[in-house]
Design a protein around this ligand. Structure first.
Ligand SMILES: O=P(O)(O)OC[C@H]1O[C@H](OP(=O)(O)OP(=O)(O)O)[C@H](O)[C@@H]1O
Ligand SMILES: O=c1cc[nH]c(=O)[nH]1
Ligand SMILES: [Mg+2]
Length: 209
């Protein structure tokens, strides 16, 4: 599928397998999510524009290149998206951060918004919406809609595990958006959990179950 990038890498597969293990505790789970996010960010940032400037090496002048990370905004979807925030911020430390609180109603499976605080999305801004789980895709679509309503453009989605159903839901509605994910799993179960997945990412990050 065009615009879906499954970032295949032995290190990602290795780390994600440990995260999937139900016996992996929150400390290791958080560390691994952070490490995989660094690797995902490397791929998801490939198309960022570069500014040229003059650099003087000890030998001669040359051209330097700079990413203007002040023009990047990261939007973690609370809570689980917070687990990816440090990883991406390590690589683009001057990015702004906007927060969006959504939870999935267990009965309707529809996202409920409970918090939002965004910086101003100026022209030529690049926005990364981050959430480890892309299941039905309803939360991500709600997030994209909210960010767009706030004037956000150039949106990229980063997730750890995606379902085929969720990817289709997002790309059918927003065909221009690019999704970077560490794994495309098999499908959703009858409770709309990703299988094989890793369970509830928020609960595993913050030990709430
Ligand atoms: O694609 P969807 O079917 O919408 O499901 C994915 C959403 O569900 C999870 O959040 P949850 O509602 O568990 O909130 P939490 O992060 O606070 O645990 C996950 O982190 C996504 O935000
Ligand atoms: O598998 C899933 C689906 C939604 N949210 C999660 O945390 N995990
Ligand atoms: Mg959760």
């Amino acid at each position: 599928m065009k615009n879906l990038h499954v970032v295949e890498h032995p290190l990602i597969k290795h780390k994600l397998s440990i995260m999937r293990n139900k016996d992996t505790g929150p400390k290791e789970f958080r560390e691994l999510l952070n490490e995989i996010t660094l690797l995902l960010t490397y791929e998801a940032s490939r198309k960022l524009p570069l500014n040229e400037y003059d650099v003087e090496t000890p030998i001669q002048k040359t051209t330097g290149y700079a990413v203007d990370d002040k023009k990047i905004t990261i939007v973690p979807i609370l809570r689980a998206g917070l687990g990816m925030l440090d990883g991406i911020m390590e690589l683009v430390p001057n990015a702004s951060v906007g927060f969006l609180g959504l939870f999935r109603d267990p009965k309707t499976l529809e996202p409920v918004e409970y918090y939002s605080k965004f910086p101003e999305f100026t022209e030529n801004h690049h926005i990364y919406i981050i959430d480890p789980m892309l299941a039905t895709g309803h939360s991500m679509n709600a997030a994209i809609e909210i960010v767009k309503k706030n004037n956000g453009k150039n949106i990229t989605v980063m997730s750890l595990i995606s379902s085929p159903e969720g990817v289709k839901e997002v790309l059918d509605k927003y065909p221009d958006i690019e999704i970077y994910t560490a794994a495309l799993d098999e499908k959703l179960n009858d409770k709309a959990y990703i299988i094989p997945g890793l369970g509830d990412a928020g609960d595993r990050l913050f030990r709430t179950k």
